[in-house]
Write a protein that binds this ligand. Structure first.
Ligand code: NDP
Length: 315
């Protein structure tokens, strides 16, 4: 019997494994590869201009006949254009993050689109449920990129979100293996969203320098930075040190924004500037040691999840 639960049924997929939408990493190639492997691939629209998103959606449709989705950070400047593209192209699933889920959820659902919102606390999970979202992603402090200010870890967040809402819960942050997936499911999640592990794939659009930096990173090499502006977890480098020094010297939000400038993430993750770019990745970075095709990662995670499930009864 194939595995089934409320997440596989909601998205009509084989495994409850979702590849996170990641700016400068998850274009159509990665999303299609993960969907073809039986998970759910997401195109990360935060770094795409509206016409670029349209092209990626069309290429993704050509590369897979399985369901896939688009992730949009709600603070994206041209959000109404992205929403229109998604509706016009009949994308079946949208993950929203970094903003108020009340604003777009109904518009999308009225067009038959499944909407999932990413949250970092039980309170935000309840707000997403009240906005009518079909599921929530509960993302802990270990996660790369945008992060909650309260530093709640996945271990602590998932059981509380589980108790706070009735909608399906997808755990994110600190998950890269089948063991970690099982742990999240034991804590009450119905599925997992995995980002960082999928950056070290040939299908991810990020620069090879960034992929190599992840594979060489060690425990403790990522930090949550820029809490005064938008908190982001990233690999420590010269840029991080400049920000940290400014923060230690009491820099204002405006001063930090000025240091950050524009296009830092593109510089690091897409153009491969490991010193001056912003290198957004999660704590699991230190566990990633090799490049693998996305299909191999999905299969490896699922196999380990199944094996570990049987081992749990021996504990
Ligand atoms: P910046 O303002 O520093 O740069 C904007 C970048 O996005 C540029 O590189 C630009 O490309 C590109 N871009 C795509 N569409 C547009 C548009 N309509 N207007 C302006 N720029 C556009 O932002 P960041 O790089 O820090 O973040 C970009 C987006 O990604 C934001 O929406 C942000 O919310 C999201 N984000 C999400 C994260 C997550 O974890 N979910 C983490 C970090 C950011 P070009 O240089 O070619 O013009």
């Amino acid at each position: 019997m194939p595995y089934q639960n409320n997440i596989t049924q909601l998205f009509n997929i084989q495994y409850p494994i979702i590849q996170a939408g990641m700016i400068w990493a998850s274009g159509w190639r990665l999303a299609a590869a993960v969907s073809n492997a039986g998970g759910l691939g997401l195109i990360g629209a935060g770094s795409m201009y509206p016409d670029v998103l349209k092209e990626h959606i069309q290429k993704c449709k050509a590369a897979t006949n399985k369901p896939f989705g688009v992730n949009i950070p709600l603070l994206y400047p041209d959000i109404d254009k992205h929403i229109q593209t998604i509706i016009d192209e009949k994308v079946p699933i949208v993950f929203t993050s970094a903003g108020n889920p009340k604003v777009w959820t109904k518009t999308l659902q009225d067009k038959g689109i499944v909407v999932v919102h990413v949250v970092s606390s039980s309170l935000f999970a309840q707000k997403a449920e009240a906005a009518g979202c079909n599921a929530v992603v509960a993302e802990g402090f270990e996660a790369g990129g945008h992060n909650g200010r309260e530093e709640t870890t996945t271990m602590v967040l998932i059981p509380q979100v589980r108790d706070a809402v009735k909608t399906p819960v997808i755990a994110a942050g600190g998950i890269a293996t089948g063991k970690q997936m099982l742990a999240a499911m034991v804590l009450g999640a119905n599925g997992v969203q995995i980002g960082s592990r999928f950056i070290c794939t040939p299908e991810a659009s990020s620069h090879q320098n960034f992929k190599d930096a992840i594979m060489q990173s060690k425990e403790g090499d990522t930090m949550l930075s820029m809490k005064k502006t938008v908190p982001v977890r990233l690999l420590k480098n010269d840029f991080y040190n400049t920000i940290k020094t400014a923060e230690n010297n009491g820099a204002s939000e405006e001063q930090l924004k000025e240091i950050l400038g524009r296009g830092r993430a593109k510089k690091g993750m897409f153009e491969g500037d490991l010193d001056e770019g912003e290198l957004e990745v999660g704590q699991v970075s230190s566990m990633i040691k090799e490049m693998k095709p996305a299909v191999a990662i999905v299969q490896e995670i699922w196999n380990e999840f199944e094996e570990e499930k049987s081992r749990v009864s021996e504990l």
